[in-house]
Design a protein around this ligand. Structure first.
Ligand code: NAI
Length: 271
C-alpha cells in the first residue's frame, strides 16, 4: 500500500546488492511512496550487475562509491544533488562486512588488518558519509539519515564476531554526529536495529539458520522481515517523525525485551 509519504523527497540509498538486500526492498518502497533517489554501492558489488534491474524499476541512476573512500563519497554527493536537482531529504546507510567473519577467523584470534577493514566499511563509512553531507551542506532541513544495525551491539551473540564491535561504534557515531546534524542543520540521524534477515550479509554469520529460528521463536511478533525494515525506514524518512533523532530503534518483533518465550521453554522441555 502506498501513502505518498515521500512525494517530492530526494535521497541516496547505499547497499542494494540483490533482491534480498534490505536496501533493495527499501528502494522499492521509497519509489512506491513517491521518493526519488540515486542508488550506490561499491564498484565491485556493481559488477555483479543485479542493481541495474532495480535502477530500471525505480527510474533511478547508479553512482559507484566505495563508502570508505572520501573522494568517491564527495563525487557521489555532488552528482546525486545534480541528478536529483537539489539538496537531499533522506539517506540510507545499509552497509556491513567483516573480513574476519568471511574468512572464518574467530573473535578471540582476529587478523587486525581485517578487523580494521571491517570497521572502516561497517562503521567509519557512516561517519565519512555524514562528514561529506554535512560539510557540503547537502541535506535539506528536516532531512533524515538512517543506518542499519544489530542488537549484538548491546548483548553477546558469539558468532557475530567483530561485527558486534562495529555495530556498537556505528550506533555511537549516529548519536555523536546526529547531535551536530540536528543542532546545525535540523537533520535527524537514527539507527534501526533489525531482526536477523536472510540476506548475503546475514547468511554470512555462522549458525544463521538456527539463530534466525531461535529469534523468531523468542519474538512475540516474530522476526521483522526486510520489508518490515523498509517500511520502518519510510516512516523515519517521512515528515511524520520530524523530531525523532539520536535513537537506536528496535525493529525486531519484541525480541530485545524478552527474557524467554513459551516456545523456547517448550523446546527445552521436549528434550
Ligand atoms: P547485503 O549483503 O545485501 O548488504 C550489504 C551491502 O554492503 C552490500 O550491498 C555490499 O555491497 C555493501 N558494501 C560492502 N562493502 C562496501 C563498501 N566498501 N562500500 C559500499 N558498500 C559496501 O545485506 P543486508 O543484510 O541487506 O545488510 C544491510 C545492513 O543491514 C548492514 O548494515 C547489516 O549489518 C544490517 N543488518 C543486517 C541484518 C541481517 O540479519 N541481514 C540484521 C541487522 C542489521
Amino acid at each position: 500500500m502506498s501513502y505518498n509519504l515521500l512525494k517530492g523527497k530526494r535521497g541516496i540509498i547505499f547497499g542494494a546488492l540483490d533482491e534480498n538486500s534490505i536496501a533493495w526492498k527499501t528502494a522499492e518502497r521509497v519509489h512506491e511512496e513517491g521518493g526519488e533517489f540515486v542508488l550506490t554501492n561499491a564498484p565491485i558489488a556493481l559488477r555483479m550487475g543485479q542493481i541495474n534491474e532495480l535502477a530500471k524499476k525505480t527510474n533511478s541512476e547508479i553512482i559507484p562509491a566505495d563508502a570508505t573512500n572520501m573522494e568517491d563519497l564527495e563525487n557521489l554527493v555532488e552528482k546525486a544533488t545534480e541528478i536529483l536537482g537539489g539538496k537531499l531529504d533522506f539517506v540510507l546507510h545499509s552497509i556491513g562486512m567483516s573480513v574476519n567473519v568471511r574468512k572464518g577467523k574467530h573473535y578471540t584470534d582476529q587478523n587486525y588488518d581485517w578487523t580494521h577493514k571491517g570497521w572502516d566499511i561497517s562503521a567509519v563509512s557512516f561517519h565519512k558519509t555524514m562528514n561529506v553531507l554535512y560539510n557540503k551542506d547537502a541535506m535539506n532541513e528536516w532531512g533524515s539519515i538512517v543506518a542499519l544495525t544489530y542488537m549484538a551491539a548491546q548483548r553477546v551473540f558469539p558468532d557475530y564476531n567483530d561485527m558486534a564491535d562495529n555495530k556498537a561504534y556505528l550506533e555511537s557515531i549516529a548519536r555523536s554526529f546526529g547531535y551536530f546534524f540536528g543542532r546545525d542543520k535540523k537533520v535527524r540521524v537514527n539507527t534501526i536495529s533489525q531482526s536477523p534477515t536472510p540476506t548475503t550479509a546475514g547468511k554470512g554469520v555462522k549458525g544463521f539458520d538456527g539463530f534466525i529460528s531461535y529469534a523468531d521463536k523468542m519474538s512475540p511478533l516474530g522476526n521483522a522481515t526486510a520489508i518490515d525494515c523498509a517500511n520502518y525506514t519510510i516512516s523515519l524518512f517521512s515528515d511524520l517523525t520530524k523530531r525523532v533523532t539520536l535513537q537506536n530503534l528496535y525493529n525486531d518483533g519484541g525480541f530485545s525485551n524478552v527474557g524467554v518465550s513459551d516456545a523456547v521453554i517448550e523446546a527445552f522441555e521436549e528434550e
